[in-house]
Design a protein around this ligand. Structure first.
Ligand code: ZN
Length: 302
């Protein structure tokens, strides 16, 4: 009686075929992953800011879209002092994977505030850039989301100062204004948590483009982690420069960097914004560190 053909094949051939099929399968999977890497929808909010939002929003869009992992849309609020337009300005937060605020101005109408709170609390992603942390000092839930803010008559009633001093995180309840900055300069960003998905692989210190180094920010700072700091010449403290927060089921990525278009034109800023936005959406980071990421000695243009 003939044996089945299969058992007549040499074992080594079977093993080779088996390993080759595994390898081909993995290669196909890798290709699929690259081809189908999810593209996330991001909504930028602008329209009012004591900064040039009409100039910086296109740079923020470029920073995100250049990774080919984000598609950006913009919702522009009515201008400051407008009597009309507020009744119909209703950004559809829930249609987006992330909301990025480039807004610092009049308080949003209550339905917009409620929708935004529901969005983040329900698991949405929020990205806070520079003067967006000056906005809404009197809106408690917004301040919970951003963790730290400045100006707008913020003071000790808004929460502690948070900074690093001699390598230690300090929560400082002393009295005083919230928010200050010195002259703009090309300052170093120092990674204090190299294990977080956003900062993993970043050099310990990298040079950021000319910017305002925000200092003396204060706020509730709950459920907040500081990932990076920068040394303020004014306060002699290491001020928070990259923060992540949890708010309800949502995640918040907050960077006080980004005063002007030239501050954002920085490979370090681009990469940080991309990875921070992805983390806020998914809780992980797959966007790789670019080879031209800055080191400690020079600013790198994107
Ligand atoms: Zn500024």
């Amino acid at each position: 009686m003939a044996k089945p053909v299969r058992t007549l094949l040499p074992f080594s051939l079977l093993l080779t075929v088996f390993l080759a099929s595994l390898w081909l399968g993995q290669a196909a999977k890798d290709e699929d992953a690259a081809a189908t890497a999810k593209v996330y929808k991001v909504l930028i909010i602008d329209g009012q800011n004591n900064h040039q939002w009409a100039v910086t929003t296109p740079v923020l869009r470029q920073a995100l879209e250049s990774s080919e992992r984000f598609e950006v849309e913009v919702s522009t609020s009515p201008p400051k002092g407008a009597d009309e337009g507020w009744d119909t300005w209703r950004p559809a937060f829930a249609d987006y994977d992330a909301v990025l605020s480039n807004y610092n101005g009049e308080l949003w109408p209550e339905p917009v505030r409620d929708a935004f709170e529901d969005y983040v609390k329900g698991g949405g992603a929020f990205v806070v850039v520079h003067a967006a942390n000056n906005a809404f000092p009197g809106w408690p839930e917004y301040n919970e989301m951003i963790g730290l803010g400045g100006w707008g008559r913020r003071n000790e009633a808004n929460g502690p100062y948070i900074y690093y001093k001699e390598g230690q995180l300090v929560r400082d309840d002393s009295k005083g204004r919230g928010g200050s900055h010195g002259k703009q300069w090309e300052f170093p960003v120092q990674i204090v948590d190299p294990t977080h998905p956003i900062t993993k692989g970043m050099p310990e210190t990298w040079k950021h483009a000319k910017d305002e180094l925000y200092s003396e920010l204060r706020g509730p700072a709950r459920n907040m982690k500081v990932l990076a700091t920068s040394p303020s010449k004014a306060t002699k403290r290491d001020e928070p420069m990259i923060m992540v927060l949890e708010y309800g089921k949502g995640r918040v990525f907050h960077t006080p960097m980004g005063h002007a278009d030239y501050s954002m034109q920085c490979e370090g800023f681009f990469t940080t914004l991309q990875r921070g936005t992805e983390w806020a959406i998914t809780g992980g980071v797959t966007i790789p560190m670019p080879e031209n990421f800055p080191g400690s000695d020079a600013v790198v243009l994107p």
